[in-house]
Design a protein around this ligand. Structure first.
Ligand SMILES: Nc1nc2c(ncn2[C@@H]2O[C@H](COP(=O)(O)OP(=O)(O)OP(=O)(O)O)[C@@H](O)[C@H]2O)c(=O)[nH]1
Ligand SMILES: [Mg+2]
Length: 454
């Protein structure tokens, strides 16, 4: 579900990271040229593995250097040895071996003893590391705090200087994202809003540590999407309870174009609420299409709920009215009104739909859209909302929708919440929509959890 959308966000996140890392590294190289001993940035890469690699690399550089001194033990080179090492050696008994090593090399004429060489080779890794750090610490006083800070944070290293994210670092990548979202059937205003939010979030942020980059890009995207998909609204269950407290049924009317899954969804919801202990009743208000009354009767029978129906071609508003009266008389909690599919361009049928609404006075008008149709579903929702003022959306066939364009856009475009997702053809294949769940679908790294949750 929504695989392609998920990939777009993760690719963008990676690209942003790469770009920002490159920027930071470029600056870092300059520092190297101007005499800085090593790149803090290169130690701040995400994985500990990487840090280990680099530490070992630097360690290797240390040993040959020492050997060189042994071969050509000129006084000049010996003097290059940082004083701090000798000082530290005096303070720390561990460093004694090194101290002997340096002293030995200071003395040209003294022959090297094998035993001492072995000692040097066996020098414990940790000791080398500590020498490495103290060495670098000593080379650049400015870096001392940064290094100490890095160590305190468990190996996450701070930059020598803060780097500020600028628009030029992110705009090309975000433009690509915008194009990809549009191709992925995301509505124009949603694609623009996501990109603007990400930009606003990132530009001006100061990167102190390399890990900031990963965190910033991840949350910039996630927060932007969260803002888009979090449309406030009550759940249908809450509304049933509220109406029940008033001794009234919750009346829900389902609308949409042909074949989006209205009738199937009504069967699923009847089943869902029956299992929750409520008693739904269905109104067969699609009196227009051949076979529609039989189809909805079939679902009502399968699930085990009452259906109110008239003759084919009769007034659909009258059927809905009767169903509401039935529910009131019988103390049933939920009325589900099936209506005929209609194109938003068919004025007569749109007028008929308005009449059903007027007569049955539903608490909720729900637009049922087919997620696979992407932007078309969003545009239909817009038109139906203009015509009849819908209260919520159910997106069907999400199980077969890899793009996710409608799921991301539809609620934002009409500012009405998605209430359920249809996720298959069985009666149990429906789930209450939860923005948190959607965010996890799009931003969780764990493929398995995502699949299971679906
Ligand atoms: N995969 C999948 N198929 C679905 C889902 N919901 C509905 N369908 C299928 O979509 C087809 C159309 O469903 P209907 O319920 O007849 O659609 P409708 O909106 O009532 O159609 P009209 O009454 O003709 O406007 C059926 O084959 C359903 O099984 C879903 O969530 N997932
Ligand atoms: Mg139908």
């Amino acid at each position: 579900m929504f695989e392609s959308l998920k990939k777009k966000f993760s690719r963008t996140s990676e690209k942003l990271e790469e770009e920002l890392i490159e920027e930071a590294e470029a600056e870092d190289n300059l520092q190297e040229e101007s005499g800085s001993r090593f790149s803090f940035f290169s130690f701040g890469r995400k994985t500990d593995e990487k840090k280990e690699e680099e530490v070992v690399e630097e360690e290797e550089n240390l040993l040959p250097e020492a050997e060189e001194i042994e071969e050509v033990p000129e006084a000049e080179e010996v003097e290059e040895i940082p004083e701090v090492e000798d000082e530290e050696i005096e303070e720390e008994p561990k460093e004694e071996k090194k101290s002997r090593f340096w002293h030995r090399n200071k003395d040209k004429d003294e022959p090297a003893e094998e035993a001492e060489d072995e000692e040097i080779e066996e020098e414990p890794k940790e000791e080398k590391k500590s020498r490495f750090w103290s060495r670098n610490k000593d080379k650049d006083e400015d870096e001392e705090d940064v290094s100490a800070d890095g160590e305190a944070k468990g190996g996450i290293f701070s930059f020598v200087r803060e780097k500020t994210i600028q628009e030029k670092h992110v705009e090309d990548i975000l433009f690509e994202l915008e194009m990809e979202l549009l191709q992925g059937d995301v509505a124009m205003e949603v694609a623009t809003e996501v990109v603007e939010n990400v930009k606003e979030n990132l530009v001006g942020k100061k990167i102190k540590r390399s890990n900031d980059i990963t965190e910033y890009t991840y949350y910039a995207l996630k927060d932007a999407v969260e803002e888009i998909i979090s449309i406030p609204g009550k759940s249908m269950t809450e509304m049933i309870e509220e109406k029940k407290a008033q001794g009234e049924p919750l009346v829900v009317m389902f609308v949409g174009i042909n074949g989006t899954g209205k009738t199937t969804t009504i069967g699923k919801l009847a089943n869902y609420y029956l299992k929750k202990g409520y008693t739904p009743v269905i109104a067969a208000s699609d009196t227009f299409r051949a076979g529609a009354i039989e189809q909805v009767t079939y679902h009502a029978d399968n699930v085990g709920v009452k259906i109110i129906k008239h003759q084919k071609g009769s007034d659909p508003a009258a059927v809905a009215y009767d169903a509401v009266e039935h529910a009131r008389a019988q103390g049933k909690e939920l009325v589900l009104i099936d209506t005929a599919g209609r194109m938003q361009t068919n004025t007569n049928l749109m007028d008929e739909m308005k009449k059903i609404k007027r007569v049955s006075n539903p608490d909720l008008v729900i637009f049922v859209g087919d997620a696979i149709t992407g932007n078309d579903a969003t545009e239909q929702a817009r038109k139906f909302n203009d015509a009849i003022d819908i209260d919520g959306v159910i997106l069907t066939k999400a199980d077969a929708d890899s793009k996710g364009g409608a799921s991301l856009s539809i609620g934002y475009v009409i500012q009405k919440p998605i209430m359920f997702l249809g996720v298959g053809q069985g009666y149990d294949d429906i789930m209450e929509y939860d923005p948190e769940w959607m965010l996890n679908q799009l931003f969780s790294e764990d493929e398995e959890i995502v699949e299971n949750e679906a």
